[in-house]
Design a protein around this ligand. Structure first.
Ligand SMILES: [Zn+2]
Ligand SMILES: [Zn+2]
Length: 138
């Protein structure tokens, strides 16, 4: 089991969520790739008979609420998820042709969230993804 999965499991326990075999399998499916995955892609990476797609969706939403995974979005609007790593919050660069991704450990979110606080908003989150053509496709 990878360190990222171990950390995620600890975090789930701290939030009072039960760590079932299903949840563990979903975390491992996310941990074995650097690219964010949609719920369907996560589901198809699970060992056969782990759970149904609806359960996979629900688990990913619970993980997001618990702060264990980060949610992103593709250009077509599909929600994607990735495990938080030791650097915590990050963003992705995605090639719109081949779908390869790079991780960007840079975030301008603080300024955005400060602006949101100025509007009186609380419990802020943000999603920011960058799309383009990678060097092999461009
Ligand atoms: Zn590409
Ligand atoms: Zn950010």
């Amino acid at each position: 089991m990878s360190d990222d999965v171990m950390h995620a499991i600890e975090a789930l326990r701290e939030k009072g969520l039960r760590v079932t075999e299903q949840r563990k399998a979903i975390l491992e499916a996310l941990a074995c790739t650097d690219s964010p995955r949609s719920a369907e892609e996560t589901f198809s990476a699970l060992p056969a008979d782990t759970c149904d797609l609806v359960t996979a969706y629900r688990c990913l939403e619970q993980f997001e609420k618990a702060g264990v995974v980060e949610r992103g979005v593709r250009e077509n609007g599909t929600k994607v998820y990735c495990l938080k790593d030791e650097h915590g919050h990050h963003h992705h660069l995605t090639c719109r042709k081949c779908g390869c991704t790079e991780k960007i450990d840079l975030c301008m979110g603080d300024e955005l969230e400060e602006a949101a606080v100025g509007f009186g908003y609380t419990e802020l989150s943000h999603v920011m993804e960058v799309f383009g053509l990678c060097p092999s496709c461009g």
